[in-house]
Design a protein around this ligand. Structure first.
Ligand SMILES: [Zn+2]
Length: 325
């Protein structure tokens, strides 16, 4: 594992299958008035965590998880949510066990990517997760521009989420959407750079505001859209009742919660185009906040719709971070 920082093709296929499940769950997981929630990538997060915790005993534990699934479902019922506890044993892959709570979900996008970086042995070593697959030269200029200062990050930040100081008027024509950018304390992130990255992405001419549909202003006060970058553990809490495992991002209500896990590591398919992945993550999650659901790859060689769960694999499509490429 340590010699292979990325998942094997077999692992990716297995995780893709996990993605298929997630999509179907997503399609049915909507509930009026409960806000919007979507996972991205989280499934594999959960998978990975289990894999690490369980090690060679993962399958045994999973079996136990199966037995306790009824209890989990019952507990979810008490919370007023409908949960789907899913345990996949694809091809012997001790992988995904994910709980989806569609009760508060408009879309579960678990971009639980096949693309997910292999947690490898690093995941079991404690509070730091090395972005080993990003290479020794990480962070590169492209990472620094996104505010990424280090290839390692804590599983838990300070728990204090602060608005990033700074405001900016909306640059374009059209209805103004106010955006507040937040970053949890204790992360190896240059907040100001992250915030600028978010706003630049949102206001790109290929973005949601294309053609004057809308334009984004930055505020530290009340906002239409909140973009929060948080540690795996904190993002997991923020995404509740969705089970993200901390490696999947989510959109819930007016908030796009990005896990630093994904922000730093991106996915194997995007490892050489991390800028593109980060732009995709912003546009995709904010897309959910704006009310957009998932789309599928329209055919081999076509550009992937931004609302396709690209983290889970491109399915023959070409990576695309833009709503209007
Ligand atoms: Zn999604």
């Amino acid at each position: 594992m340590s010699s292979r920082p990325y998942p094997s093709r077999r692992q990716i296929r297995q995780q893709e299958r996990a993605g298929e499940w997630s999509r179907s769950a997503d399609a049915g997981g909507r509930s009026p008035g409960a806000g919007r929630a979507s996972w991205d990538q989280e499934q594999q997060a959960a998978t990975r965590r289990r894999r690490v915790r369980g090690g060679s005993r993962g399958r045994v534990r999973r079996t136990r998880a199966h037995r306790s699934a009824g209890l989990v479902l019952a507990a979810a019922g008490l919370l007023g949510t409908c949960s789907v506890v899913w345990a996949a044993l694809n091809g012997g892959n001790p992988s995904v066990t994910a709980m989806h709570t569609p009760g508060t979900t408009t879309s579960v996008e678990s971009e639980g990517d096949p693309s997910e970086p292999d947690p490898g042995p690093a995941r079991s070593t404690g509070t730091k997760t090395p972005a080993s697959r990003a290479g020794a030269s990480f962070p590169m200029a492209v990472d620094k521009a996104a505010g990424v200062l280090s290839k390692t990050f804590p599983q838990t930040g300070t728990g204090k989420i602060a608005s990033v100081a700074g405001t900016a008027a909306a640059p374009g024509p059209g209805p103004v959407k106010k955006v507040r950018v937040e970053v949890e304390g204790g992360l190896p992130i240059k907040s100001t750079l992250f915030a600028s990255y978010v706003m630049k992405t949102l206001n790109d001419s290929r973005g949601w505001g294309h053609g004057g549909k809308m334009t984004f202003a930055r505020t530290t006060g009340s906002a239409d859209i909140v973009v929060t970058l948080a540690s795996p553990k904190t993002s997991e809490k923020l995404c509740k009742p969705l089970e993200t495992g901390g490696t999947l991002s989510c959109g819930i209500g007016s908030r796009a919660v990005l896990t630093v896990y994904r922000w730093v590591l991106t996915t194997p398919e995007f490892s050489d185009t991390r800028e593109k992945y980060r732009q995709y993550l912003i546009n995709h999650e904010v897309g959910h906040v704006l009310g957009h659901g998932h789309e599928q790859c329209a055919g081999k060689g076509r550009l992937a719709p931004v609302m396709m769960q690209q983290t889970k694999g491109l399915k023959g499509c070409l990576a695309n971070p833009w709503p209007n490429p």
